[in-house]
Design a protein around this ligand. Structure first.
Ligand SMILES: C[S@@+](CC[C@H](N)C(=O)[O-])C[C@H]1O[C@@H](n2cnc3c(N)ncnc32)[C@H](O)[C@@H]1O
Length: 280
C-alpha cells in the first residue's frame, strides 16, 4: 500500500471518532488543506474542537439548509465573517457538493484569508463556492441574492452587520452564533434606573450585556417576521460562545415583538446601534 493511501486510511480512522460514518475519503485532503488534520493525518486538540463545533453546526442547520435548497436549486448561502472558511468548506463538502446545486458565498474583511480560501476552493473543484473581500455591512451579493445567512463567531457588532445584511438580502433563514460583544455592556455602564443592580459589577455588566444583546437581536429578527429559536450551540467545553440564534422567515412583520422590544430598551435605558433597522 502506498504511503499516501495509508495516510488517508489513518486520517479516516481519526475522523471516524469525531463524526462516525460521515467523512468521505476525498474530505481527508480538504481537511489537511484546511490544517484541521495535520499532514500525517492526526487531529490536535484545537482542531478537534473546531471540527466538532463546525460538524455539529452543520447537523443543527441541516433541516433549514434542506428546506432552503429543496425549494430553490440556485439557492445562495452567505457565510459572513467567514475567516478560514471551515464552515463553508465543510458545508460544501458534506451538503452542497453532493447535492449538485446551490452555492456558498463567503465574505470577510481580511483579503489574505479570502485569497487563501479562493485558492483552496479552486484546487478542490468547489465551483459553486465564491468569496468577496469586504465589510459585511457594505457587501451586496450578485442580484441581491442570499437565501440563507450564516455568521459563526463574527466579532462583536459584526453579528449585527450580518443581521442588516440578511434583512437587505431578504434571507429566508439566518443562523447566528455570536462572538464577544461589548456595545451593550458599555451602554449599560452609562444607564441608571430601577434595574441598575443587575449590571453594577463589571463581570455582571459584561455577561448581562451579552445576554441583552442577543435578546435584542432575537426581538429584532422577530419583528421582521422571523420565527426565532435560541439554543445552546455546543457544549461549553468546546466554546464559551455557545448560543445559536436560528431565525426562519414566516411572516411579513410582528408588531407584538416590536412592542416587546420598545418596552425592553425603555426599561434598560439602552439603544444599541442595531435599532437602526427597526425605524421610528
Ligand atoms: C472569530 S473569526 C470567525 C471565523 C469563522 N467564521 C469561524 O468561526 O471559524 C471572525 C472573522 O470575522 C471577520 N470579520 C470581523 N468583522 C467583520 C466585518 N465587519 N466584515 C467582514 N468580516 C469581518 C474577521 O476578519 C474574522 O475572519
Amino acid at each position: 500500500m502506498s504511503r499516501e493511501r495509508a495516510d488517508i486510511l489513518d486520517a479516516k480512522k481519526v475522523l471516524a471518532e469525531v463524526w462516525p460514518g460521515q467523512v468521505q475519503e476525498d474530505s481527508v485532503a480538504l481537511l489537511k488543506a484546511l490544517h484541521i488534520l495535520t499532514r500525517d493525518g492526526t487531529l490536535n486538540h484545537d482542531a478537534r474542537r473546531k471540527l466538532k463545533q463546525v460538524l455539529h453546526l452543520v447537523q443543527l442547520l441541516r433541516p433549514s439548509l434542506d428546506s432552503v435548497l429543496d425549494g430553490q436549486p440556485d439557492a445562495v448561502i452567505a457565510d459572513l465573517g467567514t475567516g478560514k472558511s471551515y464552515l463553508g468548506f465543510i458545508l460544501y463538502d458534506l451538503v452542497i457538493g453532493p447535492l449538485g446545486h446551490g452555492s456558498i458565498f463567503g465574505v470577510d474583511v481580511r483579503a489574505e484569508l479570502v485569497e487563501r480560501s479562493q485558492k483552496l476552493a479552486a484546487e478542490s473543484h468547489f465551483t459553486r463556492m465564491k468569496f468577496a473581500v469586504g465589510e459585511i455591512a457594505d457587501t451586496m451579493l450578485p442580484n441581491g441574492r442570499a437565501d440563507m445567512v450564516t455568521a459563526l463567531h463574527a466579532c462583536d457588532t459584526a453579528t449585527d452587520d450580518a443581521i442588516r445584511f440578511a434583512l437587505h438580502h431578504e434571507a429566508k433563514v439566518i443562523a447566528l452564533v455570536p462572538c464577544c460583544q461589548a456595545e451593550v455592556a458599555t451602554l449599560l455602564g452609562a444607564s441608571s434606573g430601577p434595574l441598575e443592580q443587575l449590571w453594577r459589577h463589571n463581570i455582571h455588566r459584561r455577561e448581562f450585556g451579552a445576554h441583552v444583546t442577543n435578546v435584542i437581536r432575537s426581538l429584532v429578527l422577530e419583528l421582521h417576521g422571523y420565527k426565532v429559536r435560541v439554543t445552546e450551540f455546543t457544549g461549553l467545553e468546546h466554546s464559551l460562545k455557545n448560543e445559536l440564534i436560528l431565525a426562519t422567515r414566516h411572516q411579513k412583520s410582528n408588531p407584538l415583538a416590536r412592542r416587546k422590544l420598545d418596552q425592553l430598551v425603555e426599561q434598560l435605558g439602552v439603544r444599541p446601534a442595531l435599532l437602526d433597522v427597526v425605524g421610528g
